[in-house]
Design a protein around this ligand. Structure first.
Ligand SMILES: [Fe+2]
Ligand SMILES: [Fe+2]
Length: 288
């Protein structure tokens, strides 16, 4: 059996005209973020739509079986951003031959009513092959990847009121549900379990990292079939989780100018062959 899986993250699509004509923009976190966006951040992601279209072109040129997306479609979690972004992300995910799975980022669940907007506009992308395994939070989501592998998405993003706080957390109920899933015979027996979430699987600073990463890593230790996928950090990298043989891949940002990236995995039996995608001469290509 062979499978081809593509993992991308952090598209940060530009906000559409009129996105700010809403009282929601007066949220203190959004006001600070807006200034930051205009002063520093915005220009780096100005061509995010072109990069997403570039990924679509790559997927038509190099078809994959499954596409996995680890969040941050937007910037401020405003309703009009969702209206514009949801069909674009759905179009990309639909290019996978057999299926896809997505999980939100902190910029999707940014503030106020962002989580409700996300549920409404991304509902079609949030279905699970094992819905009875989800906690009341709606996660983890499960996608069977053929007969030998599976993807499990759990949510680490949440709205934070203060602008200096962009930390994440795995809800306790979700952590328990994840443990039960990983122990389930039909999951434990799979050759590969791709575990995906937005936040890195480490603390990475109190106000930027995953607050309960130690409990998460404790849960994952001793399981030989895991592959960890995440985004949030806007540069791609890979390493083994400290003291384990578990590989971890950060997809970086699909759209950050000069650092565009994704991961492509070929799974042949037990062998996992990762290659990184990069933007060269106005198209995505695979690096050797
Ligand atoms: Fe991001
Ligand atoms: Fe993020």
């Amino acid at each position: 059996m062979s499978l081809r899986i593509l993992h991308f993250s952090d598209v940060h699509l530009p906000f559409p005209p009129g996105a700010f004509r809403t009282p929601g923009i007066l949220h203190p976190k959004r006001l600070v973020a807006l200034v930051n966006f205009y002063l520093r951040r915005g220009s780096k992601y100005a061509e995010a739509v072109q990069k997403l279209n570039g990924l679509n072109e790559f997927l038509r040129r190099e078809p994959v079986d499954y596409v996995l997306f680890t969040g941050d479609s937007l910037n401020f979690g405003l309703e009009r951003e969702f209206v514009a972004a949801a069909p674009r992300i759905a179009e990309t995910l639909a290019l996978a031959r057999r299926g896809s799975l997505a999980v939100p980022g902190n910029h999707d669940l940014y503030a106020g009513n962002s989580p409700a907007c996300h549920r409404r506009h991304f509902a079609a992308l949030l279905h699970s092959d094992l819905p009875e395994a989800a906690a009341p939070t709606g996660y983890p989501l499960v996608r069977w990847l053929g007969d030998d592998a599976v993807a499990i998405a759990f949510n680490t993003s949440r709205p934070n009121f203060n602008f200096w706080n962009s930390s994440g957390r795995v809800p306790a109920l979700e952590l328990d549900a994840l443990g039960r899933l990983l122990d389930a015979p039909e999951i434990a027996a799979r050759r590969r379990v791709f575990l995906m979430t937005h936040y890195p699987f480490d603390e990475n600073g109190y106000f930027h990292g995953l607050r309960n990463s130690r409990a998460l890593i404790k849960l994952l230790r001793g399981r030989e079939n895991l592959v960890l996928l995440h985004g949030h950090n806007h540069r791609a990298y890979t390493h083994f989780v400290a003291g384990t043989t578990t590989p971890l891949y950060c997809a970086g940002s699909l759209s950050k100018a000069g650092a565009e990236s994704f991961w492509l995995f070929d799974l042949f039996g037990d062998a996992l062959n990762p290659r990184r995608g990069a933007w060269k001469n106005a198209r995505f290509v695979l690096l050797d």
